[in-house]
Design a protein around this ligand. Sequence first.
Ligand code: ADP
Ligand code: ZN
Length: 602
Amino acid sequence: MNEVKTPKKPMMFYYGIFLAVIILFNAIVMPLLNNMRVKEVDYGTFIRMTTELNVDEVEIQDNQIVFSDKNGNFYKTGLMDDPALTQRLYTAGAKFSTEIVQEMSPILSILLSWILPMALMVGLGQLVMKKFTDKAGGGNSMMFNMGKSNAKIYVKSSSGIKFSDVAGEDEAKENLTEVVDYLHNPDKYKAIGASMPKGILLVGPPGTGKTMLAKAVAGEANVPFFSISGSEFVEMFVGMGASKVRDLFKQAKEKAPCIVFIDEIDAIGKKRDNHIGGNDEREQTLNQLLTEMDGFEGNTGVIILAATNRPESLDPALTRPGRFDRRVPVELPDLKGREEILKVHARKICVGPNVDFSVIARMASGASGAELANIVNEAALRAVRRGSKAAMQADFEESIEVVIAGYQKKNSLLTDKEKMIVAYHEIGHALVAAMQTNSAPVQKITIVPRTSGALGYTMQVDEGNHYLMSKEEIENKIATYTGGRAAEQLAVGSVSTGAANDIEQATRLARAMITRYGMSDEFGMVALETVTNQYLGGDASLACSAETQTEIDRQVVALIKKQYDKAMTILTENKQKLDKLAQYLYEKETITGEEFMNILNS
Ligand code: ADP
Ligand code: ZN
């Protein structure tokens, strides 16, 4: 292990400040101190004291006369046109002096003008340095922070986050339990010659609890927790990031066993490319990180956890064995996970008696842990707004919509005609979904405009978890998306802009069917697209010839057209139901899935 050197502080800076303080002190404070001892009197008093032979020493300065009496008190007075003054003073026996006010004891003078400011400076410096080393950064002052890592140390405490605070994510927890066990009991591992992975990569979409898991590992193992974000390494000056990495590891090794958590590691760990004038700073930082990871032995007790939602963009050098060789997926929670997360967060608020978290979890499909935490908080806020003491089921249900679709727009600007069109549109979705056997029933339909811009929406409920979707199910889903537009066409005879989002979703699904799921007859099981950003929206890039692209586009169009026609047929066959339901929704603005089914089946 090679010793690491702390980067040099800018010493010139301290000397500069030191000199400035001493000069200021001598220029301002000393005269002030002197002045405090000198009493100002009028000229008459001066003359009187002279005649009374009470003047001991006198100095006639440029603009004033300073003198002392026989008791050692100092006085000063203004200068007068007084030619006889010198003679008078002489006869009064006054001593003429040139440095009357400087007559402070020399020791005191040195003490005050040199030692005191020095002591002050040192004290101040100590205080500042202490603050910076205690918190290991946190401030933004470039001067003090040069090359210091901003890792925040969360000192081990019993109030730390534990695994029980992280709901769901059982696989991830199981994976990390081993690390905790190792930190508790390293000898067990050493005895057999096993070493812990140095780095563990937590991979998953934003808000799924990666940071929480890392903290929980530290909390469970009762070890210090260092956390730093990858973006904090990337500094304005080349070389700073690298020295921060050095510093971070130095701190960590001193505190071992401990957990180092690097959030957003992709900010420094991106694949190095050969761009001319590429990002030197980032590459240096990454190289330093790689060196540091190689530099310490597997069993020093420093375990590095890193989080990213772009695993594919990481440099292969970072993920090779010996570095971040273990990968723990932290996925979006499933139904059960969502329910547990809701319950964990609901412990912090007052919840009414009849709240059914499984229903709420079902409604919030696709929500991340962070969103669920937000939903619970919104429900509590809504309860306060209502003047209620506890959050009720309705509060939770409304807050899901708030988190997903934004707040209700209070003064809706929809005209009656628009409102009618929106009602038809939403019922169109719901009706098509309900009439296709495989589609999930609707939970709630609303045409109250939202701040997100949605004029209304249909909340579908998936019963349980879906890991697989059959071709028919996807087709039905596409048909459901087109149902809104089809209903508008059927009822009003024209179409509106309201279907923009539906069109996007339907196209995305249809495209994926052909290019990724191998569900087209012509292409079969050929991957025509690769997903580049699995956890952030799932962007895909085409990997085929131009001719094939043309063919894909043609097939997508045909596929959606077919589903649109199917939706149209369903709605035409049920035109009466459509009218009745749309009218009902128009009047009530929000209807539940139950009301919907009742009217449908009546
Ligand atoms: P990430 O680091 O994956 O982006 P965080 O760990 O910062 O996500 O999570 C953000 C917030 O979301 C947490 O503070 C917590 O309130 C909530 N959260 C996320 N996942 C969970 C979970 N599995 N259990 C409980 N709360 C969670
Ligand atoms: Zn729609």
